[in-house]
Design a binder for this molecule. Structure first.
Ligand code: GDP
Ligand code: IMO
Ligand code: MG
Length: 441
């Protein structure tokens, strides 16, 4: 039993504890949920925005002063001059893309030398990784993953295979020797694939970019972030891809090569699990997927085409048309469970303004049996979505600022999702602009 005299210090400790926690924003579907816009919106509330996984396969779209910019590797807090942006150890970093991206954000006044830090443990994507990604996809033919071809899989393979080179290695004089050793290994693998392109064509650009990378702020990421957390700084972890692309829990093998889920925050930044407070899960009001793999609610008809058009669903990284379909609540509840989502953020609600009726998937009919669980092998299973139909709202919602301004039918749609998932929709995004977001009661 705690004595009364002890209470104040217990309270003090609790207050300190709750002020030393980090929040997470991540995608709950197959990526492109609008994470970039949402992180940019919340960035003023935080001191640090940290990417914890993925690499240039990500494409996070932001609007700065009305102008569109897509970030691939730089965290989405970069346009807020007082926000520190950390590229964590769980990321795989392509120096060439980073250099290009740093130049483009500089045009908007962002100074990465002042507000961006990179963990020395972050693994590098090398020219050989990009070539191997391409060679592997070519060999797979029709069963290809639909990778962004940025070298993500091979870079993570070299990490887990304990061969990779890290940002901190750039500061060591043996870097070039170690690079050559790894390059030889890559070339042998490429020869096995009978890959014809010469990776030396990519190396001049790579070494130029490496020189640039050496000039940036390279830090011990785990001490950096923990010291800031201890000092009461507010940290937001920014996810890339989406939970259904997670290497462990996604639609394997049609996934990316990192842990995109909340657990990835701990290993990708070096923060302890009990430091994680709010997990804001971002979902579109419908579903999209780019690349191959199962997608139970995909629409192959004119409605799917209309969703692509209304939502401008074309990949921010590769420009590929995104596959479109109805909201999948089975997958969303699964993602919510795995991530420990505390609040939902629903984006692109305005895209549904002209769709009537609307449908959402509440269960799967799996080889003749109904289930509300994600099956082990979605790829081979015959999954038919069980759909619930809603009346559309047929109203322009893009100018709404308060929940009261959202049509009643949309509120019903949101209430159903709240109840199905047991997690509240806390924000509704109703347009790509920074200011187009409605805080729900
Ligand atoms: P991310 O990878 O999760 O950051 O998402 P992307 O940037 O790849 O794709 C989201 C797209 O939707 C971008 O073009 C955004 O500008 C746009 N977008 C984000 N939120 C909304 C929204 O609420 N409504 C509409 N119409 N577009 C949005
Ligand atoms: P953001 O952060 C959507 C998909 C690819 C492919 C699979 C594997 O913008 O949401 P990879 O290049 O990782 O080997 O590709 O994952 N993919 C994404 N889809 N958004 C992304 O990122 C994605 N990053 C990878 O299309 O199907
Ligand atoms: Mg994207």
């Amino acid at each position: 039993m705690i004595g009364l005299t002890k209470l104040p210090s217990v309270f003090l400790q609790l207050i300190i504890f709750y002020n030393q926690m980090i929040d997470v924003i991540l995608g709950l579907q197959w990526g492109d949920e609008g994470k970039g816009k949402i992180v940019d919106y919340f960035a003023p509330d935080y001191d640090i925005i940290a990417r914890f996984q993925g690499g240039p396969n990500a494409g996070h779209t932001l609007y700065v002063g009305g102008e569109k910019i897509v970030l691939h590797q730089i965290p989405s807090g970069v346009f807020h001059p007082h926000t520190i942006n950390l590229i964590g150890n769980g990321v795989v970093l392509d120096a060439v893309t980073l250099k290009r991206e740093c130049d483009s954000v500089a045009r908007f006044g962002a100074d990465v030398r002042k507000n961006m830090y990179i963990s020395e443990r972050t693994h590098l994507i090398l020219p050989g990784h990009r070539a191997l990604d391409k060679a592997s996809e070519m060999q797979k033919g029709d069963s290809k993953i639909g990778s962004t071809l940025k070298g993500i899989g091979p870079a993570y393979m070299d990490k887990t295979g304990r061969n990779g080179l890290r940002v901190g290695d750039l500061l060591d004089k043996s870097f070039t020797t170690n690079y050559i050793k790894l390059r030889l290994k890559h070339q042998r693998l490429l020869d096995n694939y009978n890959f014809q392109e010469d990776i030396s064509n990519w190396e001049e650009e790579f070494f130029e970019a490496v020189e640039f990378l050496r000039s940036l702020n390279i830090v011990n990421g785990e001490y950096f972030i923990n010291e800031h957390i201890r000092n009461g700084k507010r940290v937001l972890a920014e996810g890339a891809q989406g939970s259904m692309l997670d290497i462990d829990f996604g639609t394997f093998p049609f996934v990316t090569s990192s842990n995109t889920i909340t657990a990835g925050v701990c290993s990708g930044l070096g923060v302890a699990p009990q430091k994680i407070k709010d997990v804001l899960g971002v979902t579109k009001a419908y579903c999209t997927r780019v690349g191959s793999g199962p997608f139970p609610t995909e629409l192959h008809d004119t409605t799917g085409e209309a969703l692509r058009k209304a939502g401008n669903e074309f990949g921010a990284t590769t420009g590929r048309p995104r596959r479109c379909g109805w909201l999948d609540l089975v997958a969303l509840r699964f993602a919510s469970m795995i991530n420990g989502v505390t609040k939902l953020i629903m984006t692109k609600a305005d895209v549904l303004d002209t769709f009537d009726p609307l449908q959402v998937c509440t269960a799967y009919n799996l080889n003749g049996e109904e289930t509300d669980r994600i099956p082990f092998q979605m790829t081979r299973a015959d999954i038919q979505p069980v759909l619930k139909t809603f009346t559309g709202w047929n109203t322009d919602t893009s100018t709404a600022k308060t929940p009261e301004e959202l049509p009643g039918v949309m509120q019903e749609y949101i209430r159903f999702i709240n109840e199905y998932l047991g997690v509240p929709v806390a924000f509704v995004s109703n347009g790509p602009g920074r200011e187009q977001i409605v805080k729900m009661n």
